[in-house]
Design a protein around this ligand. Structure first.
Ligand code: CA
Length: 258
C-alpha cells in the first residue's frame, strides 16, 4: 500500500476505531475578508485565525468577488467602502450567484444608509465601524450556526466540508444543503474514509478491508458498489452524475478534490 495507507486497528470487538488525526486546515470554516484597510483586515484575520478559521483577505472588491464566486468560502466579511468596485456591488454580485453564502457587511460610522442598503441587498448582518473583535467573532459564529446548523460549532473541529456537504466526524452526522442526511454506519464509514483524503483513490478491496475493521462484514467487493450507490442516492443531486463520490474506472472510488 502507498503513503495513503492506514494502519489497521487492533480492535476485534467491532467497535469503531478512534478516528485518525486530521490536518485542521482541511476542515476549518473558511472565511473571506474583503477590506482594503490593511490594519483592519489584519486585525480581523489574526483574531479569526486564533479561533481556528481558515482566512483569506482580498484587498479590492474585484478580488473579493473573484474569490467568493470561485472558492465558495463559508462566510464573507465585506467592507462597503472599497476602492473600485464597492462593497454593495460585490454584495449584489455574490448574491446573484449564491443566495445563501453568509455575508456580514462592515458599514461606516454614522451612515445608516449603508446598513439599510446592505440588508436590502441581502447581507445577513452588519457591524458598524469601529467595532470590537469580540463582537465580530460572536456575530460570525452566530451566522455560521444559522447557515450550517450546529456543525458550525466546530470552528476548528472535526468537520469535513465540501461545498454544502458537511461531515461531522465526532458526532457521525452528515448534512447536505442544510439538511440532515441519514446514512447507515457502513455508508458513513465509506464517506468518512473517502472524504478524509480528497482525490485519493480507494480500491473496492481497500474499502472492504477498512469496513471489516469497523463492522463484521461477510461481504464481497461487489457490495461496496451497492453501498456507494445508496450513499450517492442520499448525498448527490443526481446519483448518476455524482459530484462528491466519483468512480475511478477500473480502480475504485475517490472523493472529489476541492
Ligand atoms: Ca475600506
Amino acid at each position: 500500500m502507498g503513503p495513503g495507507a492506514r494502519t489497521k486497528g487492533e480492535g476485534t470487538t467491532g467497535e469503531p476505531r478512534a478516528p485518525p488525526v486530521y490536518d485542521s486546515a482541511g476542515m476549518a470554516s473558511s472565511i473571506l475578508i474583503v477590506e482594503d484597510e490593511h490594519a483592519v483586515a489584519r486585525g480581523i484575520q489574526y483574531a479569526l485565525q486564533q479561533e481556528g478559521y481558515e482566512v483569506t483577505v482580498a484587498r479590492s472588491g474585484e478580488e473579493g468577488l473573484e474569490f467568493a464566486t470561485h472558492q465558495a468560502p463559508d462566510l464573507v466579511v465585506l467592507d462597503v467602502r472599497l476602492p473600485g468596485m464597492d462593497g454593495f456591488e460585490v454584495l449584489r454580485r455574490i448574491r446573484a450567484a449564491d443566495g445563501k453564502m453568509p455575508i456580514l457587511v462592515l458599514t461606516a460610522r454614522d451612515d445608516e444608509m449603508d446598513k439599510v442598503i446592505g440588508l436590502e441587498l441581502g447581507a445577513d448582518d452588519y457591524l458598524t465601524k469601529p467595532f470590537g473583535l469580540r463582537e465580530l467573532m460572536s456575530r460570525i459564529k452566530a451566522l455560521l450556526r444559522r447557515a450550517y446548523g450546529d456543525f458550525a460549532d466546530a470552528g476548528g473541529g472535526r468537520v469535513l466540508r465540501h461545498d454544502d456537504l458537511l461531515i461531522d466526524l465526532e458526532r457521525r452526522r452528515v448534512q447536505r444543503a442544510g439538511r440532515k442526511v441519514n446514512l447507515t454506519p457502513t455508508e458513513f464509514e465509506i464517506l468518512r474514509h473517502l472524504a478524509s483524503r480528497p482525490g485519493r483513490v480507494y480500491t473496492r478491496s481497500e474499502l472492504l478491508e477498512l469496513l471489516r475493521d469497523y463492522e463484521a462484514l461477510d461481504q464481497d467487493e461487489k457490495t461496496i458498489n451497492v453501498h456507494i450507490s445508496h450513499l450517492r442516492e442520499k448525498i448527490e443531486d443526481d446519483p448518476s452524475a455524482p459530484v462528491f463520490v466519483l468512480t475511478v474506472r477500473g480502480v475504485g472510488y475517490a472523493f472529489v478534490e476541492r
